[in-house]
Write a protein that binds this ligand. Sequence first.
Ligand SMILES: Cc1ncc(COP(=O)(O)O)c(C=O)c1O
Length: 384
Amino acid sequence: MSTTPSERILLGPGPSLLPPEVTEALAQPMLGHMDPDMLRIVDETVGLMRSVFQTENELALPVSGTGTAGMEAALLHMVKPGEGLAVCTAGFFADRIVEIATRIGAEVIRVEGPWGRAVSAADLERTLASPPGGRGIACVAAVHVETSTGVLQPLTDLARVAHNHGATFLVDAVASLAGADLPMDAWGIDACYSGSQKCLSAPPGMAPLTVHARTRGRGTPAAFYLDLEGLWKYWGPTHAYHHTVPVQQVYAMRAALRLVVEEGMEARVARHWRNTRALWAGLQAMGLGLLADEPDRSPTITTVVIPDGVDDARVRTRLLREYGIEIAGGLGPLRGKVWRIGLMGHSSQPRWVLLLLSALEAVLSAEGVRLPKGAASIQAAALL
Ligand SMILES: Cc1ncc(COP(=O)(O)O)c(C=O)c1O
């Protein structure tokens, strides 16, 4: 039996397709994690990471682990047990922040919005002006692109409100870094983490993370593995052993970051917007509805409302089996109600937009949905 998995067109919420340069990086010769050649790669990776986060922060590193490891490391760094953390929540991944922070022992206050909308800065202001129980809030956390709803959360007003109340501001950029604009220093973000497998188009397994100097030395010292100061001993100038970093993952991360810098952030973000706007136009021409209204929509993930009477899993299975295309179903209360389409990193390309629209049209027609034939591709192509 062949051990090679089938080739897929990955248009779900991650992982995204790998560029050839990243695939090649994974096959480079093995180096020891303390080899001077490896440490040069480490330094370059840290420098590239600063430019992709658009930050002057000293501490920038990829945590060994997926986006959730970045989330946990960031929360351990930003809040101590018993401190107040306000979480702007309107989706599945903000709820995960709430869960981890609660387990860490933070006093979590939810600033809640409806799923499918951005959280309002006025609601955050009201909460911070009179927090429940009169408790001080040390930190505010928000998700830049909520992958469960496809909403792009505006961040600058949240940052201003947090700082006005003396709180730090932590952002989850797992589904946005290198796909949506995120100049973190200019926007007043004190700590930010992402994941390797979405807009960066590296394999899953690393979580880029950076924190401002003002946050250092004040969080919960994590047991060991996720302690940022400990990790910085390896990733920073000291280059002391902390744990054996996943060497190939680091090669892949460096290659992926280089591609982002070569393309240029402005051009890359514009590409994500262009392809995603074309996708929206095509889906709407097919008669499909989108969960989020336009001002709240993300350039990286789109949530499509599943038409009444259409079998969610059957459509996704047919796309996968007949066309090799992966899209995802909904999470939490949106399970069975939406499809999630990701156009991220190397997956954000005009040819995949047109292929997905044609394949979806064919599958939905075969499932008995009446659609205007060909309209989707025509509308999308006009914007590509
Ligand atoms: C916004 C957001 N945060 C956190 C995560 C968790 O990342 P991971 O699944 O890589 O652990 C995801 C994953 O989809 C995400 O979309």
